[in-house]
Design a protein around this ligand. Structure first.
Ligand SMILES: Nc1ncnc2c1ncn2[C@@H]1O[C@H](COP(=O)(O)OP(=O)(O)OP(=O)(O)O)[C@@H](O)[C@H]1O
Ligand SMILES: [Mg+2]
Length: 373
């Protein structure tokens, strides 16, 4: 029996097994209040005409495809239609109050009705189950963090600039769409939230409910590892100010520089939050140069990345200006011609990953650029 079939037989619903061992409590905990406030059922919407009621029991778990700081992502099948999805489960019982829950369920409705941007991962629906939020979404082949680490560290190659161009076009358009159409700000732009598929798709994920929940958790707890955060978000003097899209523009600059050079642009490990604060807030911003780490880059790409990495928030542009940048304009024009090339590049790397034993279920790939403490 192959690994996938073994995993397919294993029905893992950790939150169910947890309740079985929970001791009887006479006073309701936050967790109980949270659970009582919501039913475990919701709606899955695959298209404007394909809408189904569902609970966690309607999903078959095929195994974990990734784990982040706030929960895990599993490949699951909606049994009724055999639709394969990625399901992200976020532990949020002690964080989300009634008002927040209402906001999240409003987002669920708003996000389902807006699947007309080809650069964002399609959202199918969310449910709350015993204090966990289950977010069902379109599944892609691989995230950009796993992909780029494989290219630089295992293949000893780089990601060509025409591919970086398409990644940039997709991400800026996705962020602009979220802001303009859904009126939401991403808040967590980084390589693991950009996904790729062998047919050449490049899509942004973890906005909306996921972004909202993670931001709430990060604000109430010591969230630790948030290495893509803009200086104005880290600096206690300014962090009380509301969130501005320009903080996401900074995170995009760090992301592009990391993916273009194969290395996170700050030292690979900060010893503490204070060190991060010192380097990001006090130090100069990272800057990409025409020759960097032994790789060559065009003037336009360097200028685009360095524009995203302008340290002063008020001088950093928003999406309308970025979309006019020469680098974006060039790669947007090239898109129809290079799409087949992008698709074959991604599928060749994926094939090589697969041949070297790295599948969708490989969650423990060596992480060279990770900055956590
Ligand atoms: N829709 C999806 N399709 C395919 N893989 C996915 C999808 N969503 C997430 N993944 C995989 O699951 C991994 C974990 O995702 P998750 O969002 O939980 O954490 P993260 O983005 O790595 O970090 P953090 O928790 O700090 O946001 C990702 O790195 C990615 O490889
Ligand atoms: Mg993520």
């Amino acid at each position: 029996m192959d690994n996938d079939s073994k995993k397919a037989l294993k029905l893992v619903f950790p939150s169910q097994s947890r309740t079985a061992h929970r001791p009887h409590q006479s006073l309701p905990t936050n967790r109980d209040r949270f659970r009582n406030a919501h039913s475990d059922s919701g709606k899955l919407q695959f298209s404007s005409t394909e809408i189904y009621d569902f609970t966690a029991d309607d999903l078959l778990d095929l195994g974990e495809i990734g784990r982040g700081g706030f929960g895990s992502v599993n490949k699951m099948i909606f049994k009724k239609t055999e639709k394969v999805m990625a399901v992200k489960r976020i532990r949020c019982s002690n964080v989300v109050d009634e008002k927040e829950q209402k906001r999240i369920m409003d987002l669920d409705v708003a996000m389902k009705s807006s699947n007309d941007c080809k650069y964002i991962v399609q959202f199918y629906g969310a449910i709350f189950k015993e204090g966990d939020c289950w977010i069902c979404m379109e599944i892609l082949s691989v995230s950009l963090d796993k992909f780029y680490k494989y290219v630089y560290e295992r293949q000893n190659q780089r990601i060509p600039e025409n591919i970086l161009g398409q990644i940039t076009v997709a991400t800026v358009n996705a962020l602009n769409y979220l802001k303009e159409k859904l009126k939401i700000i991403h808040r967590d732009v980084k390589p693991s939230n950009i996904l790729l598929a062998e047919r050449g798709d490049i899509k942004l994920c973890d906005f909306g409910i996921s972004g909202q929940l993670i931001d709430s958790i990060a604000r109430t707890k010591d969230a630790g590892c948030r290495p893509y955060m803009a200086p104005e978000r880290i600096d206690p003097e300014f962090s009380h100010k509301g969130y501005d899209v320009r903080s996401d523009v900074w995170s995009l600059g760090i992301t592009l520089m990391e993916v273009a050079t194969g290395k996170f642009p700050y030292p690979s490990k900060w010893a503490s939050v204070f060190e991060q604060l010192y380097q990001v807030v006090q130090g100069p911003p990272p800057q990409l140069t025409r020759q960097y780490n032994g790789f060559e880059f065009t003037e336009e790409f360097c200028n685009f990345v360095n524009t995203c990495l302008i340290k002063e928030e008020k001088n950093r542009p928003k999406y309308q200006t970025l979309l006019q940048h020469k680098f974006i304009q060039l790669h947007e024009k090239l898109q129809p011609y290079v799409h087949p090339e992008v698709a074959s590049y991604i599928s060749n790397v994926l094939e090589s990953m697969f041949n070297n034993g790295i599948t969708q279920f490989t969650t423990d790939q060596v992480v060279a650029g990770a900055v956590c403490w």
